[in-house]
Design a protein. Structure first.
Ligand code: FPP
Length: 268
């Protein structure tokens, strides 16, 4: 035990083991997702806990992001098998630029790395790839990889995989309100006539239904500037599991719980 602890970083490792031991409950299997029950059309995911996962192993934070990328692959495959139509993965927020330069550079290389190994299989599955977020500040190589994937998968009719990259909900809404204000200024729209659709049409998600289910990993219970408009009636599901540890069984668990929820949209 002593060797184990000193090798992996003392209390952090103990904490990790403790977490594992307290998560003894049985994980649902694929068969427990009711195929005739409601399947969420759109699932949004805040993939959190990569840094802590790496810290617990005395690894650099970027090792957590790389492990997180593997989880993305598994989750996308599972979503496709379940019949989910849209997945939106929060990969980089407008606030993430404040991270150390090395980490930002690494995160900006991940889409390329992911697409270079996964794009062929995603195309075979009929997956369509989209980027949601501001393209302006992205490094050329990141943008190019995403634009190429968008272009190559434009006609695909399977699962739509959205990467929210350089995405911030407040920024997205400011942009929408500014466009709306221009229309009002031009006399095309009266402020009294503004409807929800007048705002939705200027969001990155203008042609995508609002998420039915939001998953956030790592035990943080907040939205972190993610899809604030779109999540108005979304079912929220939080888990303590860190993103790199998130398995298809955890995903089934989220879906099974979603299937048991009554969505009333303010009615009775
Ligand atoms: C949050 O964890 C995670 C991110 C900011 C990056 C998420 C990116 C991936 C999972 C890989 C994306 C893959 C592709 C294909 C683009 P954190 O670093 O804030 O973790 P912490 O809260 O434990 O520090």
């Amino acid at each position: 035990m002593y060797v184990y602890i000193s090798h992996y970083g003392g209390t952090l490792m103990l904490e990790h083991l403790a977490r594992k031991w307290t998560r003894k409950e049985k994980q649902p299997e694929a068969t427990e997702v009711d195929p005739s029950g409601k399947i969420p059309v759109h699932v949004a995911v805040i993939m959190d806990g990569n840094g802590r996962w790496a810290n617990m192993r005395n690894l650099p934070r970027v090792a957590g992001h790389r492990a997180g990328m593997k989880t993305v692959k598994e989750v996308v495959k599972t979503a496709d098998e379940i019949g989910i139509r849209y997945m939106t993965m929060y990969a980089f927020s407008t606030e993430n630029w404040k991270r150390p330069r090395d980490e930002v550079d690494f995160l900006m290389r991940l889409p390329q790395e992911f697409l270079s190994t996964e794009l062929d299989e995603l195309i075979e599955r009929g997956v369509r790839i989209r980027m949601l977020g501001s393209k302006d500040e992205l490094p050329k190589h990141t943008l190019q990889a995403l634009l190429t994937a968008e272009e190559k998968t434009r006609e695909n009719t399977g699962l739509q995989l959205n990467f929210a990259l350089n995405y911030g909900a407040r920024h997205e809404m400011i942009k929408a309100f500014a466009e709306l204000a221009e229309r009002v200024k031009a006399g095309e729209l009266s402020p009294d006539d503004i409807q929800e659709e007048d705002i939705s049409r200027y969001l990155y998600t203008s042609d995508i239904p609002d998420p039915d289910l939001l998953i956030r990993t790592s035990g943080e219970i907040r939205l972190s500037n993610f899809m604030l408009w779109q999540l108005a009636y979304t079912e929220l599901w939080f888990t303590d599991v860190l993103w790199p540890d998130f398995t298809r069984e955890h995903f089934y668990q989220a879906i099974v719980e979603y299937q048991g929820r009554a969505r009333r949209y303010g009615a009775v």
